[in-house]
Design a binder for this molecule. Structure first.
Ligand SMILES: [Zn+2]
Length: 77
């Protein structure tokens, strides 16, 4: 599959195909991602395996959710 460089939604520069290949969800270039402290909020939630109120330790795994931060064009910040 041919990967086409996409323009960064923040500064308009093209995001290199290598970055899109590594991170297909990305909408910003490396520089903007650094400037806004990452494109996503990562929320880690322990999975509940024991009943509510149980003292048993939770040996379950963790669910991670990524929430995209609102990204504004750099000019509007
Ligand atoms: Zn950018």
């Amino acid at each position: 599959m041919q990967i086409v460089p996409q323009p960064c939604v923040r500064c308009g520069e093209l995001i290199p195909a290598e970055r899109i290949e590594a991170l297909p969800e990305t909408m910003v270039c490396v520089r903007c991602s650094k400037e806004i402290g990452g494109e996503f909020h990562v929320i880690v939630t322990p999975e509940k395996t024991s009943k509510e109120g149980s003292l048993k330790k939770n040996y379950g795994g963790y669910t991670t959710r990524k929430i995209r931060k609102p990204i504004k064009p750099r000019d509007e910040e």
